[in-house]
Ligand binder design. Sequence first.
Ligand SMILES: [Zn+2]
Length: 408
Amino acid sequence: MLKILRYIVPALTVFWILPDGLEAAGFTILRQSSKESLELHLYADEQSGYLDLRELAETLGDSLRWERPGEKLVWNIAGHSLVFEERLVFFLGDGHPYQLVAPCRLDGGKFLVPLQLAVEYLPGLVSGRFVYNRLDSRLIDKAGVRGEPAAAGQEKKAAPPAAPKTTTADGKNFRISKVVIDPGHGGKDPGTTGRKYKLDEKNIVLEISKKVAGNLKASKKVEVLLTRDRDVFIPLRDRGKLANESGAGLFVSIHVNAAKNRRVGGSTTYFLDAAKTDQARATAMLENAALDYETEEQDKGRLDEVNLILQDMAQNEYLRESKDLSAFIQSELCGLKELDDRGLDQAGFAVLKGAFMPAALIETAYISNESDEKLLNSAKFKDKLAEAIASGILKYIEHYHKKLASGN
Ligand SMILES: [Zn+2]
């Protein structure tokens, strides 16, 4: 939350966030050479402040074009290519993914991007040209004339690193250098809710996921990307898509289970395959219910059968690896004496279908079980859970890379 406030607090001096809908106010860009002060509209909702990308591009210059009308925009600015897509909570800068505090959104014909772009990423990506002054909340544009790129020498230095390649064109030598951690649910979709402590799954899994990401980063062995780092709704399909487009090599979705029978408890790690038991089927149905929160419009053209079959086929290729990944994670989880070990299982989770890489879904514990719920309420236990999950992921990666080296 603090991180988010850093971006929106300066803006709060000029407008207040309205809970329903967007309210316009100002964001200032100072053109250094002419000392011109340019006022842009600033929009906001409860998640973030936003700028209209078209207005920003027209003010700063260079070209903005639709790659897919109404959905995907490419902005070429000072020799860099920035790609934004509606509803995605990251953008690509020269092919490298950068996480945003809130998804890009289309609103009444305006393509809105989080203010974070101007405050943090433009000065970072095009550092020869942009500086953000935190004292007066203004973006300083050193290029001066509209559309004039900064000196070439300065640009070279500021170029971001290329996205790490996890695979070669022929799919061989597929090394895992980036992992996507997916905290289930979020925003209007709370997931399941506990009875005693009234905990929402979306909050528990976000906390665990952040801890997992922290542990993975600390290992210095992989890069980590979260599909969400705050309480925001992201459609299931966009989660796998983020993983695919970011060049990640693994996708791990983190959840909390619930059952009618309150005696049922413990942890299970799932990979994507047809469910074999009623319990696995029920778990998948519970998680796939997140689809009900997605509006018809968001799903237009996406949920047709051909798509689903193709996605099944794509994830099928990774069945062996997904199973291994799940086994490594579950074997670490079963080391936690407080939780019952419910073992490995398989079911048709929609969120795993879109990720074209080894993928697993962890049901960390049952929120419907009193003893499990108590554990999920403990920060200390969530630390232990996260350590176990991160350790399972790292052990799998090590195993996988050894297998690569031995040519099997
Ligand atoms: Zn869930």
